[in-house]
Ligand binder design. Sequence first.
Ligand SMILES: [Zn+2]
Length: 337
Amino acid sequence: MFSPHLAGHRALRQRLLDRLRDGRIRGSLLFTGPEGIGKRRVALELAQREICLRRTACGECEGCRMLQGEDLPFELPNLLRIAPEGKAGVIRIDQIREGLDSSNQPRFSRGVIEWASLAPPLGCHRWIIIEEAHRLNESSGNILLKTLEEPPEGTHFILVTHRPEALLQTIRSRCERIPFAPLPPEEAWAVARRQGWDEADRPRWEALGDGSLRFLDEAIFRRAEAQVDAWIALLGGRPFTEAGDALLPERESPLAQGEQLRQPLELLLRVLADLARIRAGEAPSLEPWRGALEALAARSGDLKAPQEAALDALRHLPRNLSPEPLLREVALALPRA
Ligand SMILES: [Zn+2]
């Protein structure tokens, strides 16, 4: 989600600005780090500063307003934004080559490579932001390679991803990697509070978000909360038919089924890691669930098998079309009372 008020990553943002001012910045950058910590926001800020009437990304002027709100533009005079499309959620070759959207309507005035070669507007660079860059498929990635290697003068590519390992090696090697750290909890919560979150939710929101803003949307947060509860119930011996509902994909979600399964599986890995932590005498990362986790950790049971089952399921997600059996299989690997 786009948050115009994100205050984090101060040192990193300053370093980027200094390098840009001194002309010491590479043409192609790769922003990496956990999901929902503001990587895209920082990338957009570079373009926003140039169209800001005060040149500060003030967030209030006419220029800044173009980059606020839910519906971000795909093209501005100094910015081209490319994001995955459709249920499959990939960045397709015709998005790159022709600038078309999934219904073959022009989304940009021209293809990405042609756009990159135009002279930037006076006092601006040309920014091409590729969101969720791990969703470039092989052919769309390949036609970008040459331009990424040496973008035209004044043009910068910023590839944003929380899964750099899923990018083509040839793409990674052409970009300078800029790693982002999670936000300090109080900075993340300050953003949530401005969006109306209640103090009572803070412990669980902070624990689940883990320095990210991925749960700013309340429905997504409630779902994650229910999924942790579901895994705890399953680990406690409840059958999948009774406790597994919150883990299954929702029909009306805009996300592909495989994508929807990623969250519960990642949450299971966190729960298992916490059980191991408690057994080693350390504090769990999901602190608000400590009581239930401690009760589970006190029981005997191997954690390796369910961990491997979850990792294995995650590896097969992109191609798996039947989520329920997949989840049940993972649930079966859980230690039983
Ligand atoms: Zn402004």
